[in-house]
Design a protein around this ligand. Sequence first.
Ligand SMILES: Cc1cc2nc3c(=O)[nH]c(=O)nc-3n(C[C@H](O)[C@H](O)[C@H](O)COP(=O)(O)OP(=O)(O)OC[C@H]3O[C@@H](n4cnc5c(N)ncnc54)[C@H](O)[C@@H]3O)c2cc1C
Length: 394
Amino acid sequence: MPQFDVIVIGCGAVGSAALLHLARAGQRVLGIDRFQPPHRFGSTHGETRITRAAIGEGVDYTPLAQRSHAIWRELERETGAHLFEQCGCLFIPARDGGEVHGVTSAQFFANIENAARLHGVNGEAISSEQLRADYPCFATAPGDRGFLDREGGYLLVEECVRAELAVAARLGATLLTGRRVTAFQRTGGALTVTMDDGATASATTLIVTTGPWITELIAPLQRRVTVTRQVLYWFEVQSHPERFGPNTPVYIWDVSGRGRAASDIYGFPWLGSPDNGVKIANEVLTGETDPDHVAREVSADEIAATYETYVRPFVPDLGPTCLRSEVCLYTNAPGGRFVIDRDPGDANVIYASPCSGHGFKHSPAVGEALAAMALGETPRVDLSGFTLDRLAVL
Ligand SMILES: Cc1cc2nc3c(=O)[nH]c(=O)nc-3n(C[C@H](O)[C@H](O)[C@H](O)COP(=O)(O)OP(=O)(O)OC[C@H]3O[C@@H](n4cnc5c(N)ncnc54)[C@H](O)[C@@H]3O)c2cc1C
């Protein structure tokens, strides 16, 4: 049976980052994935992900984001790939109520301002007048305000995973794809994983980063996380394509309570050409599902309802024709938090579920921290706020 120092189960956003950092540390490391990452079946696809540094989910996330930005830049230099476009990120809170990733909209805004102050993030508050003058693509009203995080922008999600896996392989990591891990067990001093074709491999430490499938292998997370179906849409640009050009910021706008909207919307500039449409989505979390049975098709009725409720009233330059859509999965923990811990039954089993709809931007720093945990080192970024116990007190 092949022996490794560490086996990483699931090589999506977080697993590919862990694999890379373990390979950099000279570990004999095996990554196993049931598909061929990057792929369309988990949480890590659909062209782009927002990144920001002044983090509204909590100031403890900012060091993860800033470290991740440095790692993306290092990876760009190393591979020559374009991964990170730092076009800024604009946040506009709800006028009343609202919630983004488990945090009230008002608290999210306060956290952004605090994080910017505490961690010296380059950003500025945007007045109502400035919003209307500088961002005419948004149908904001007097009284709306914003915060522009100049360190934010977007990441090319599939390219990022591809680059991490390529460098990990170059540094000696072994990657087995198209294999599903069905179980693992301790056998003496080692942990042995069994795959769906009956093959086995063993290692001193396991890292489980199976995204929306996490509860299949990590029992303590059962009933603690829920998986929801989230749809990404690319709507046609009907007028003023210059308002969505490559240098315009990505945005999160909590429109809940306006008309029939029940969540924030977020979106991106057009990529390549306005003819490709612009990507926009909402964050309604009602479509609870599981990754093996989720409906992957998006109906015409669903598109029309999304356009009428979440697009036309707020971004009126976008027309009703949907050029493309993708179904993706959130793995939601209470309070929109991440869960990163060691298995209570075996400290050499480390798992990470950093999703709740905002995990991609932090994935390189989380992967680096998981690698440090596997090596028995103290992670460079403090993860103590993300243990299972911390989740229990929320
Ligand atoms: C629509 C959408 C929009 C998002 N927007 C943002 C954003 O703008 N900014 C942001 O920061 N984050 C965002 N996120 C969240 C972010 O994308 C996720 O937090 C992140 O991709 C999660 O990565 P992961 O590694 O945990 O899961 P995944 O990338 O899904 O990886 C899990 C991997 O495990 C493999 N696997 C599962 N079970 C097994 C098994 N038994 N054996 C072997 N392999 C297995 C799967 O094939 C998969 O490759 C968004 C998510 C979605 C769905």
